[in-house]
Design a protein around this ligand. Structure first.
Ligand code: ARG
Length: 401
């Protein structure tokens, strides 16, 4: 009796997930492996991936286009939350995992599979995100993670695959581990494991080196509707097209790179390089628009929740009651976050240089330093007396010990 009869495997076309197919069948007694490749805009050709799964022994090879849902249901809530893990990483890889988990669970139901599987190892965050998301969506389904148990190194994995007709990777394998989707690229390992080693230009694909960026600045005006980006330079765009177009524009000016040491869920510190041009600009632009449209107290309170929200995404708790409750709060705050943010792109910078909104609560009459000023300066005196009263009393009572 094997560990499961029919398994839906998250499939990327790489050696590890390909080897999972014969491994599940030969070592763990699985009768039927259905592979699922999620198209989240990683730019791979999915035709060959479909074929590869079948030659590696899959009974059914599914390719599911998840781009639209990825942007609308995962990236947009993260933008509304200004989500930046450890204040820097816009969670481009992390956001894909709950969606892939959902696709796996849906396919398992459709094909009446009794388990789902993924090729994650035991050291990363993604295994946590998959396992916890799957458990949240269907607590009765088993999750198999062969690469967490097989104990094979790279060479062994390749030669195991060869026995089952899985071709050795043709090009000399890259020293990096790269994850890519529409929102960004994550690059780690190889020379980057030394935190002091500067990433070579070769690791980047979505952002230009400063030396190769245009010598003239470019402006982009991002339109938001209730916290969600809807247009670029006045042109309404569908979610996927907006991200694609903005990645191009922003990447061309070399903005969107992050080099950080981050704290993984499993307690390990790791050095990761990211590029997420569109997503990073969108978070900053969105946060700016909030400063024009939200009251001080809502802004401040929301900022406190944003870090929690980012941690939930990073730590695999997308499908959780706290996340749902935070979404309800955040959505309420976004009712008036509509308007346009003007961003200047130049030599690796994305500088916010303007913002406007029909819902603005900025009051020029109060803010102005000109004679049009409507602010009652004399009223400040009484306010400061009351505001400072506790400080005054404290000082009076304590200054002599
Ligand atoms: N550290 C990032 C995260 O946990 C990316 C993980 C995948 N990175 C990679 N280079 N394969 O979201």
């Amino acid at each position: 009796m094997g560990r499961a009869n029919k398994v839906v495997l998250a499939y990327s076309g790489g050696v590890d997930t390909s080897v999972c197919i014969p491994y599940l069948k030969e070592e763990w007694g699985v009768k039927e492996v259905i592979t699922l490749a999620a198209d989240l805009g990683q730019g791979d050709e999915l035709g060959p991936i479909k074929e590869k799964a079948l030659t590696s022994g899959a009974a059914v090879s599914l390719v599911v286009d998840g781009k639209e849902s990825f942007v609308t249901d995962y990236a947009f809530p993260a933008i509304k939350a200004n989500a930046l893990y450890e204040n820097r990483y816009p969670l481009s890889t992390a956001l894909a995992r709950p969606l892939i988990a959902k696709m796996l669970v849906d396919a398992a139901a459709e094909y009446e599979a009794d388990a789902v599987a993924h090729g994650c190892t035991g050291k990363g965050n993604d295994q946590v995100r998959f396992d916890v998301s799957i458990a949240a969506l269907d607590p009765s389904i088993k999750v198999l993670a062969p690469a967490r148990e097989w104990g094979m190194g790279r060479e062994e994995t390749i030669s195991y695959g060869e026995r089952f007709g899985i071709p050795t990777p043709v090009k000399k394998s890259s020293p990096y581990s790269i994850d890519r989707n529409l929102l960004g690229r994550s690059i780690e390992a190889g020379p980057l494991e030394d935190p002091m080693t500067e990433p070579l230009e070769e690791v980047f694909a979505m952002t230009k080196a400063i030396a190769d960026t245009p010598d003239e600045p470019e402006y982009v005006e991002i339109g938001f509707e209730k916290g969600v980006p809807v247009s670029l330079n006045g042109k309404a765009l569908a979610p996927v097209a907006l991200i694609e177009e903005l990645n191009e524009i922003v990447g061309k000016h070399g903005y969107g790179r992050i080099d950080m040491i981050e704290n993984r869920v499993v307690g390990i510190k790791s050095r990761e390089i990211y590029e997420a041009p569109a997503l990073l600009v969108l978070v900053h632009a969105h946060r700016d628009l909030e400063s024009l449209t939200l009251t001080a107290d809502v802004t401040q309170y929301k900022r406190g929740l944003e870090d929690t929200y980012s941690h939930l995404i990073y730590q695999g708790l997308w499908y959780s009651p706290l996340k749902d409750a935070l979404d309800a709060f955040i959505d309420q705050t976004q009712e008036r976050v509509s308007g346009v943010v003007r961003v200047k792109l130049f030599k690796g910078n994305a500088t916010i240089v303007g913002r406007r909104s029909d819902k603005s609560i900025y009051s020029p009459d109060l803010a102005t330093y000109s004679s049009d000023d409507q602010f009652d300066h004399k009223a400040a005196e009484g306010f400061i007396y009351v505001w400072g009263l506790p400080t005054r009393v404290w000082s009076e009572k304590t200054r002599n010990g």
